[in-house]
Design a protein around this ligand. Structure first.
Ligand SMILES: Cc1cc2nc3c(=O)[nH]c(=O)nc-3n(C[C@H](O)[C@H](O)[C@H](O)COP(=O)(O)OP(=O)(O)OC[C@H]3O[C@@H](n4cnc5c(N)ncnc54)[C@H](O)[C@@H]3O)c2cc1C
Length: 488
């Protein structure tokens, strides 16, 4: 009987997808291991204590509009991003206000309030036997309407619009918080036995609709929230691989590794609030993929609980030539095949040098040609992003300073760019750069890129601009482009 047939026929089976030359238990004995480490997450189990229940990100970080004096009008309005977590915190943003008014033809006096958190919720579809057994197993659970609503959606504009102005046709019936792989095995086994639908939930930052409950699902729907499974299980410094439970948030994972002088280097724009399991299930891509790779390049092996058994490859070799790679089927499976519980990832030493940079081009076309040539020579730094003129103007508008051009370029004056170099502000564009690596390599790469940029009329525009552009990525997620709910 083949391994797959065994999986089909036996719900208890643990299949070993790569004949192990060294079994996992033996492996841990011979390697430089760090024993299991509990991690205090930046995001509490009751997410709504810290995060918005009806939008993106931290509750204390948002765009606000208030009146300088008298009634709120476009003239009297003061637009701010409040909170001090991001580089544009708590200062007036006059240019952004104008950009918003012009771009969306917005009358700030007509600002519409989002609906409050509902006071009643649809009755859950209950499976008493399932719930009773979950209680007996001592697994954390909740059937509160608030907990169910918060995990009924991802973070698409449609999701946010529905939260603020509408209702979801179906929300999950029960939330469970497994604490480890064994809990997930029990939950999935019970769900299978009682015909309960399971949706794995990591950070809830999905933009594919895959955690949204199907409208006509008649079975009870249970959300398996992985956030309490966030331990570092082991670290193998010799082979530079680490094993985490799948519910760890990106920011927790990198913070803990940094303490050890290590990094995975996977940084999707959502990494503050998305989880390792979510990255695997969505085949996520990170901003620094040029150096570190995307999640499929970082994953060594995955443990996944399916309704037919546990899928696991027991050897930790970074690559094997035996048979198909089942990681590739799990990656991007969006929770349809099972719940990922543990992931082994490649780690690297923290780079000796991190350098931000930016380049200005007279036109978008010049920027495209420059980036193409950089790619042809395989010279891409950890992150390189070309921003068109609309995005450039938008990025500049987020600057708090009175002078629109202030500090765009280290020491460079608007006059130099627009008069001497004759760049047209309405056509120019910018590339932001992040270099990571050994100092000499980083400097060499920067120099080579500047030489290529010059061929296409590009000018180095300084580190401050580059750093700001990179970090603003995290702020931009707080902007939702609808005039009805932009600023609440
Ligand atoms: C502002 C913003 C920026 C973003 N930037 C990026 C980006 O730069 N790169 C990128 O690739 N994506 C990006 N995304 C999309 C999203 O963040 C990613 O898809 C992320 O990987 C989802 O992780 P999550 O933990 O939030 O998963 P969730 O949203 O909770 O779930 C996503 C899917 O994975 C499944 N899933 C979650 N955990 C598990 C598990 N343990 N086992 C099995 N299935 C599981 C869910 O069932 C669902 O199908 C962005 C989204 C937003 C809103």
């Amino acid at each position: 009987m083949s391994e797959l047939e065994r999986l089909e026929n036996n719900s208890e089976v643990q299949i070993n997808l790569c004949s192990p030359t060294v079994a996992a238990s033996e492996t841990s004995q011979i390697l430089d291991t760090l024993s299991t480490k509990e991690i205090v997450s930046a995001v509490p189990r009751e997410r709504q204590e810290l995060l918005k229940w009806n939008g993106w990100g931290y509750k204390d970080s948002k765009f606000t509009v208030t009146s300088k004096d008298g009634p709120l009008t476009n003239d009297s309005a003061i637009l701010k991003f409040v909170g001090n977590r991001y580089p544009i915190g708590d200062t007036e943003l006059p240019y952004f206000k104008q950009w918003v008014i012009d771009t969306f033809n917005l009358d700030l006096a007509n600002k519409k309030s989002a609906q409050p958190m509902p006071s009643s919720y649809p009755a859950p579809v209950v499976c008493n036997e399932f719930s009773e057994k979950i209680k007996k197993l001592n697994i954390l659970y909740s059937d509160s309407g608030e907990d169910r609503l918060i995990r009924a959606h991802g973070q698409t504009l449609y999701d946010i619009h529905t939260l603020r102005e509408g209702t979801f046709p179906r929300i999950p019936d029960l939330i469970v918080w497994p604490r480890c792989h064994a809990d997930v095995v029990q939950i999935v086994k019970l769900a299978h036995a009682h015909d309960v639908a399971v949706i794995p939930f990591g950070g809830g930052t999905s933009v594919s609709g895959s955690i949204t409950c199907p409208k006509n699902e008649a079975r009870p729907i249970v959300i398996v929230d992985t956030s309490q499974m966030n331990r570092m299980l082991w670290l193998d410094k010799e082979n530079m691989v680490v094993c985490f439970e799948s519910g760890i948030f990106g920011q927790d994972l990198e913070r803990e590794l940094k303490k050890l002088g290590l990094t995975v280097g996977h940084e999707p724009d959502s990494y503050e609030f998305s989880t390792l399991g979510g990255w695997v299930a969505t085949r996520a891509s990170g901003m620094k993929k040029n150096v570190y790779g995307n999640i499929e390049d970082l994953v060594v092996r995955v443990k996944m609980v399916t309704c037919k058994g546990v899928l696991e490859r027991n050897c930790s070799a970074p690559r094997v030539s035996i048979g198909p790679d089942f990681n590739q089927i799990i990656l991007g499976s969006e929770g349809t095949l099972g719940v990922v519980t543990e992931v082994v990832l490649k780690v690297r030493k923290l780079p000796a040098m991190k350098l931000y940079g930016s380049l200005i081009f007279p036109m978008f076309d010049n920027g495209v040609k420059c980036l193409r040539e950089i790619a042809e020579y395989r010279l891409q730094p950890a992150s390189i992003r070309l921003i068109d003129n609309d995005q450039f103007i938008f990025g500049q508008s987020l600057k708090p300073q009175a002078n629109f051009f202030h500090s765009i370029i280290d020491g460079m004056k608007k006059a130099y760019v627009t008069k001497i170099k004759r760049f047209d502000v309405k056509r120019m564009c910018v590339a932001t750069l992040v270099f990571e690596g050994e100092e000499e390599a980083v400097k060499r790469q920067e120099k080579q890129i500047n030489i290529i940029a010059k061929k296409y009329g590009g000018l180095p525009a300084g580190a401050t601009n580059g750093e700001r552009g990179y970090l603003l990525t995290f702020v931009i997620a707080y902007i939702r482009v609808s005039k009805s709910f932009l600023f609440h």
